[in-house]
Design a protein around this ligand. Structure first.
Ligand code: NAP
Length: 234
């Protein structure tokens, strides 16, 4: 059975990705950092497994990669965000954003790739953001981390393509999850008016893009950024 690892599998988008990949026939490892019960519930309902995988912890990454063995698919989805002025954000928060969103994804790929390279097949999908494409005011550190994921995707795709591994990126727009629970109803309405399709994205929209990029239908696609944003950034 093909194996997929989803970091941040306990979150809104991560859960949808785990469920979709399980439907696609993968044995799914739902990675979690703090939400163990949620990850275990998702794993129980999808026939997979929850795995402790704080992407800022070298120990967690090593133990998860040893537990999984050879993965067919790694989805780097774990992420945090912060809305604050660039000049006001603490160095600790800034570092955490980079460590989790960008360095964590790179370290997970570094841990899971050698087995894929030995087998000469595999797939890595990084979850970036439209703000990594165009930048967001008051989310400068977040935007920088997500832009970094885009550069990482393109460069890694070139490096591992000769080993039969594809690396792609999904750049979601505004998706209704816990990450956006900080917005008031009035703020949400103003944001919605900016979305050409007129509706917020749902986690399943991102999961569908991941499912496609992981599938044989995308076998000639690598190093690409697939935007899932209702037309908000084109
Ligand atoms: P969410 O519901 O807040 O979930 C965040 C996930 O990240 C949780 O599973 C959380 O795990 C995990 N996480 C946080 N710190 C971690 C760490 N140190 N190690 C491992 N996992 C960690 O957010 P979401 O909306 O589903 O976001 C998922 C991804 O999509 C993120 O990368 C985000 O930047 C990106 N994205 C989201 C949107 C959006 O509008 N929602 C738009 C563009 C991109 P625990 O709960 O177990 O700690």
């Amino acid at each position: 059975m093909r194996k997929a690892v989803v970091t941040g599998g306990s979150g809104g988008i991560g859960e949808a990705i785990c469920r979709r990949l399980a439907e696609d026939g993968y044995y799914v490892y739902a990675g979690f950092s703090s939400s163990k019960e949620k990850a275990e519930k998702i794993a129980a309902e999808t026939g997979g497994e929850a795995v402790k995988l704080d992407v800022s912890s070298s120990e967690d990454i090593l133990s998860a990669s040893e537990k999984v063995g050879t993965a067919d698919l790694l989805v780097n989805n774990a992420g945090i965000s912060e809305i604050e002025l660039f000049t006001g954000i603490s160095k600790e928060k800034s570092r955490a954003i980079m460590e989790i969103n960008l360095v964590g994804a790179m370290n997970c790929a570094r841990a899971f790739l050698p087995a894929m390279i030995r087998r000469k097949s595999g797939c890595v999908i990084n979850i970036s953001s439209m703000w990594g494409q165009v930048g967001a005011s008051c989310e400068v550190d977040y935007s920088a981390s997500k832009a970094g994921l885009i550069g990482f995707t393109k460069a890694l795709a070139k490096e591992v393509a000769p080993s039969g591994i594809r690396v792609n990126c999904v750049a979601p727009g505004f998706i209704m999850t816990e990450m956006n629970s900080r917005f008031s109803a009035e703020e949400l309405e103003l944001i919605r008016e900016e979305i050409p399709l007129g509706i917020f994205g749902e986690p399943r929209h991102v999961a569908d893009a991941v499912s496609f990029l992981a599938s044989g239908r995308a076998e000639y696609i690598t190093g690409q950024i697939l935007a899932v944003n209702g037309g908000m950034v084109v």
